[in-house]
Design a protein around this ligand. Structure first.
Ligand SMILES: [Zn+2]
Length: 96
């Protein structure tokens, strides 16, 4: 039986920030904002949010990851959507 696909729910120990994206990428030394994809080896420029768009296949800013599995891609897309919703909520509350 193949191993079950799982998506991590916590930040990675020793990562630059408590962000789920670091499970799938490694920061490039001496190049802030550049992240090497652990799945396909591509260097994504523009920070961890842009990198998560690469994993989630959210097109527009970055090329999609060719090696990501369906479970991981969908989970990452949900995380991106959730963080967008939170931002909108904050703005709306301020206007009161
Ligand atoms: Zn990739």
């Amino acid at each position: 039986m193949p191993p079950r696909e799982e998506f991590p729910t916590k930040g990675l120990e020793g990562a630059p920030s408590n962000d789920i994206g670091w499970h799938f990428g490694t920061p490039v030394p001496n190049a802030k904002g550049n992240i090497i994809c652990k799945l396909c080896g591509k260097v994504v420029k523009g920070g961890i949010t842009r990198f998560k768009e690469h994993i989630a296949h959210k097109t527009g800013n970055v090329a999609p990851c060719p090696n990501v599995t369906g479970v991981i891609r969908e989970s990452m897309m949900n995380i991106l959507k959730e963080s967008n919703t939170k931002k909108i909520d904050k703005k709306r509350r301020r206007g009161g």
